[in-house]
Design a protein around this ligand. Structure first.
Ligand code: CDT
Length: 376
């Protein structure tokens, strides 16, 4: 693991020309780590100002895409037992079919969107989404969107699929709560990869490729293929593979991961280092096994409910950490990556079309829990 902050991802050996598209597809990306947002009452305007400052720093480093954490704008409220519906509502941004990306016009986030547009930087950020269905039903999701500065609009939305924790609070005194199952419904959008225009030069477009006999000739030459995950999702190989099967080149993920929960075994420092280890393991394995880069943005440090790990990072398709945060505060973690470096893994070890054996994978989608072999 590297703790230095190189400007260029040069942590790989030069690949053989047989393996890669020789055309570089360079892109400078960043994780905008946020330090603690202390309490349920922390003013939104303070958080927005901190985010905008990070965006400004990103602009000075020629960053083209900035990833912000899960539930970026507030403290990690699923760690609190909030019984008052009005108080809970304050953490959510409304949306509906008529305005699926209403968050971009919310007073809570519009200044960030405006700044991203002004600076020409794409952003992805997490927030709590209160969705009203056409029939009036209201469903709450833990959501992330991708805002394209060149398009002046959101081009993708992802809703967290794997919700950790529990519905009923643990009423023992002093425990750290994780109540995402209480406050959110599992996402219903699946793992849909999308292409992002305007990030790399000379991207092949559908129009240019319409006469190509072999569609594989376009692989690795179009606009970047991006997927989003939110926190706990990064621990699930199935989530990464859904993106891998769409040729993903860049996975974006924001997180709030508990560093210490007194109800579990281990000292504070033992728990924190184990949590960081599992975070890195998941991100590095996911990137390697799907031959993609990934960007991971933490909300870090001590909030009133407890502490969160840092470890914001950028990981390359060989599974190496290119750059990682050095603090638990607001910090921009950035690197210039070459998306052409995804071609090696996609064309060799993880050439899915050549090596996957789907006739043996049915258990993965037919079974949820464990079914052990019968006792001897
Ligand atoms: N926010 C979130 O999803 N947190 C979970 C905590 C689970 S404890 C291992 C996470 O996976 O980081």
């Amino acid at each position: 693991m590297s703790s230095i902050r190189p400007r260029l991802d040069n942590s790989f050996r030069a690949a053989s020309p047989m393996d890669t598209n020789p055309e570089q597809r360079l892109l400078t990306v960043a994780a905008a780590q946020l330090g603690p947002i202390a309490s349920l009452n922390s003013p939104r305007s303070d958080v927005l100002a901190r985010m905008i400052k990070l965006l400004q720093q990103a602009s000075e480093k020629n960053v083209r895409l900035v990833v912000f954490p899960e539930l970026t704008f507030t403290t990690f409220f699923p760690s609190y037992v909030i019984d008052d519906p009005e108080q809970l509502a304050q953490f959510f941004e409304p949306a509906s079919q008529a305005e699926p990306y209403a968050v971009t016009n919310s007073l809570h986030s519009k200044p960030l969107i405006d700044k991203a547009a002004e600076l020409g930087i794409d952003i992805s950020f997490g927030y709590a989404e209160r969705w009203t269905e056409e029939d009036g039903r209201v469903i709450d999701y833990n959501t992330a969107v991708y805002y394209s500065a060149s398009q002046r609009r959101c081009v993708a939305k992802y809703r967290k699929v794997h919700l950790p924790g529990r519905y009923e609070p643990d009423r023992r005194p002093g425990v750290t709560q994780q109540l995402e199952k209480r406050y959110f419904t599992p996402g219903n959008l699946g793992f849909q990869a999308f292409r992002v225009p305007g990030l790399v030069g000379k991207a092949l477009k559908a129009e240019d490729a319409k006469d190509l006999a072999n569609p594989e000739g376009t692989w690795g030459r179009g606009d970047p293929i991006v997927g989003m995950l939110i926190c706990n999702d990064r621990r699930w190989a199935e989530a990464w593979r859904c993106y891998g099967l769409q040729g993903v080149e860049l996975v974006l993920e924001g997180y709030n991961t508990t560093a210490f929960a007194p109800q579990y075994e281990g000292t504070e420092s033992e728990q924190e280092s184990e949590a960081l280890f599992h975070h890195r393991l998941s991100c590095q394995a996911g990137s390697y096994q799907n031959a993609c880069f990934s960007v991971h943005a933490a909300k870090a440090g001590k909030e009133d409910h407890g502490s969160l790990i840092a470890g914001s990072s950028i990981v390359n398709p060989d599974g190496h950490i290119v750059v990682e945060s050095r603090t638990k505060g607001d910090e921009l973690v950035y690197a210039t990556i070459d998306l052409a470096r995804c071609r090696k893994g996609k064309g060799r070890v993880f050439a899915f079309d050549k090596h996957r054996r789907v006739e043996h994978y049915s258990r993965l989608v037919e079974q949820v829990g464990v079914e052990e072999p019968a006792l001897l």
